[in-house]
Every structure is written in structure tokens, then in C-alpha cells.
Write a protein that binds this ligand. Structure first.
Ligand SMILES: NC(=O)c1ccc[n+]([C@@H]2O[C@H](COP(=O)([O-])OP(=O)(O)OC[C@H]3O[C@@H](n4cnc5c(N)ncnc54)[C@H](O)[C@@H]3O)[C@@H](O)[C@H]2O)c1
Ligand SMILES: [Zn+2]
Length: 321
């Protein structure tokens, strides 16, 4: 199994252990499952979709009625007691998941790269295509260029945006953002107020502003990145009790948000991996470093130090194809 490291910002919430995104090989199939075989390669969706409930049927698979079931405890220890795990249980050589979490993928795709599609790529690119619906020739800004933000940026590039402004306090991430399609970068610790900095690049503000950090203060700023009539899309997950002032109706802005890139894993994982195989989506460049499972502590140290675009944990050998 291969797992991409999550966002360190997710650790702000006490008691919550974020699930990682994961890819692997099917080792065993439970009763009643007829369309997945031992040896199949798959990417696991933590926000899974049954495909048949009223929400899935109405094209809102990201809000599927059963999606939270992936969070239930599915493993027992040798004494039959429930084992604690979060989500799809990523930091292990084996995990047990529900059938809807399993998306079969082409065996020629390296699993360490495919694992990224389980969260940050789907969330970032999906927010651009499925929710904000960025148009060719438009102007965009992305506040926060971690694993998810970089994928908002490459999504905007694929969508044909003419101006893409990356905003982050970490220069290493901003360097990465340039590789992923940013036309301009802003570091508020050096360049001052990012709203002013953005308006020196695009006079009235951008058509599409994305917040990909998850803080009330950065959400408020990102509202002001967008022009009158523009769209602000919240991707970062703020605390349940956080609040944010909204600008007045006068500027007719659209505020929206996207969970899991408003994606349907069955449709979008395959689409994204097709783009990767066609050379249009960058996954290789997203992995700065891979770690063996016994190096998990240094993977977390590097995560909190912000030195990787994404780190990937490797729980076994990459299969030879
Ligand atoms: N909507 C969804 O379905 C979904 C899915 C996955 C992750 N998320 C959320 O998206 C957010 C980003 O996730 P990620 O994995 O990219 O995280 P990350 O930690 O890799 O990236 C966060 C980036 O924000 C920057 N940053 C932090 N504080 C900042 C500040 N005050 N000003 C400017 N930049 C700042 C960091 O330098 C970093 O580059 C998190 O809130 C995460 O919980 C949402
Ligand atoms: Zn459903």
C-alpha cells in the first residue's frame, strides 16, 4: 500500500486524525463482492459514493448518504475487540475497506503516484472543474499552495486560465506553484497585504479566488481577492465554530465550497489518471520524497517543517510491471 501524507493543518482539530490518500493491491475480497478481484490495483476513496442513493442519483456523489460509513471501525484485533482507525486506515500494510471506497485503476500506473489521486489531486482539480468551473482566459488566485493548492493551480492551468496567482508564506511551495502553472507568486510575509499585491497584478481582483488553508482570516482575505461578480471557493476546512464576515450583496459575488472537489470517485479518479497518462496532469512532480513505514517519524517531521510538496509512505515494494 502507498499513502500520500495529509495536510498538517488538519491536525489543528483536537482528536481528529486525518486519513491519508491511498493506493494498493487487492489482497482479499469479502462475500458478495463480484466486480473486484485479488490482484486488482486500486485507489481508495475516503469520501466514497454508493452510486444509488438519492444524492448520488442527482449527481451529488460527493454528498453520498453512506460516505461517512467509510469512517466506521472495520477491523478487530485477535481478541475480537474493535481496533481504532481513522477513515480508510492508511498507515498500515493492510486495511479493510467498503466496496464503494475501491476504485479499480490501470495496472501500468505507479501506485505511489496513483495514491495522490485519493485526496489532494481530486480535491484541488475537482474544485476547479466541478465546482468553480473556471473558464479559459479567466484570472485566478489560490491562497495556500500545499498539496491541495498546487492541484487547484494545475487545475486552473488545464482549464486555460490566463493569470494564476499563488499566495503562500512558504517560498518552497511558491517555487513548486510556478512549476504547476502559477504565473505570479505572492508571499505575504515579504510582499505585505496579499489583497493589495493581487490588485497590482489584476486591477479589480480575480475572477476565481480559492482558499486552501482553512483559517477564518485567510478565508476573509480570499473573499477580497475576487472581483465584483467573481467567485470565491472555500476548499480549506475551517474549524466547526469558526465564523467569517461576508461582503455585502452590492458586489454580487458568488461564495461556494467544495468537499472532495465535488467529485465522484468512480468518474473522476479514472479521468484524472487518464490526464496523467496523457501527460496533461503532473503527479510525478508532486512527490518530493518517499518514506518507508519505519521512517514515518521523519515523514511527519518533514510534513510539519513544510519541506515537501507531498511526501509518500511506501508500505511494500512497488510491483514490477
Ligand atoms: N474540501 C476538501 O474536501 C478537502 C480535502 C482535503 C484537504 N482539505 C483542506 O485543505 C486545506 C489544505 O490542505 P493541504 O493538504 O494542501 O495542506 P498543506 O498543509 O499541504 O498546505 C497548506 C499551505 O498553506 C500555507 N499556509 C499556512 N498558513 C498560512 C497563512 N496564514 N498564510 C498563507 N499561507 C499559509 C502553508 O505554507 C502550506 O503551503 C486544509 O484545510 C485541509 O484540511 C479540504
Ligand atoms: Zn450514494
Amino acid at each position: 500500500l502507498f499513502a500520500a501524507m495529509p495536510s498538517p493543518t488538519s491536525y489543528r482539530f483536537e482528536g481528529v486524525r486525518p486519513c491519508l490518500s491511498k493506493a494498493g493491491i487487492v489482497a482479499q475480497v469479502g462475500p458478495g463482492v463480484t466486480d473486484v478481484e485479488v490482484g486488482d490495483h486500486c485507489v481508495l476513496a475516503f469520501n466514497s459514493a454508493c452510486g444509488t442513493c438519492d444524492r448520488c442519483s442527482r449527481g451529488r456523489a460527493q454528498l453520498c448518504r453512506i460516505r461517512m460509513k467509510t469512517m466506521r471501525i472495520r477491523m478487530k484485533d485477535k481478541d475480537g475487540k474493535d481496533m481504532r482507525q481513522m477513515g480508510i486506515g492508511c498507515m498500515a500494510e493492510y486495511t479493510v475497506v467498503d466496496r464503494p471506497s475501491v476504485i479499480k485503476v490501470d495496472k501500468s500506473i505507479p501506485l505511489d503516484k496513483a495514491s495522490l489521486v485519493g485526496c489532494c489531486v481530486t480535491t484541488g482539480v475537482g474544485s476547479v472543474f466541478n465546482k468553480a468551473r473556471v473558464e479559459p482566459g479567466s484570472t485566478c488566485a489560490c491562497f495556500g499552495t500545499g498539496g491541495v493548492g498546487l492541484n487547484v493551480i494545475q487545475g486552473c492551468k488545464i482549464a486555460g486560465a490566463k493569470t494564476i496567482i499563488a499566495v503562500d508564506i512558504n517560498d518552497l511551495k511558491l517555487e513548486g506553484a510556478k512549476k504547476f502553472g502559477a504565473t505570479h507568486v505572492v508571499n505575504p510575509t515579504k510582499d505585505g497585504d496579499p489583497v493589495k499585491a493581487i490588485k497590482t497584478i489584476v486591477r479589480d481582483g480575480v475572477d476565481y479566488a480559492f482558499e486552501v488553508i482553512g483559517l477564518p482570516q485567510t478565508n476573509e482575505k480570499a473573499c477580497n481577492f475576487s472581483c465584483a461578480g467573481g467567485t470565491m471557493c472555500m476548499v480549506g476546512v475551517a474549524g466547526a465554530k469558526d465564523t467569517m464576515p461576508m461582503p455585502l450583496v452590492l458586489n454580487e459575488k458568488t461564495f461556494t465550497s467544495a468537499i472532495y472537489g465535488s467529485s465522484n470517485p468512480r468518474r473522476d479518479f479514472i479521468k484524472l489518471l487518464d490526464l496523467y497518462q496523457g501527460g496533461k496532469l503532473m503527479l510525478d512532480e508532486l512527490v518530493t520524497k518517499t518514506y518507508k513505514i519505519d521512517q514515518v517519524q521523519s515523514a511527519f517531521d518533514d510534513l510539519f517543517a513544510g519541506v515537501n510538496l507531498r511526501g509518500v509512505l511506501v508500505m511494500g515494494a512497488q510491483p514490477k510491471m
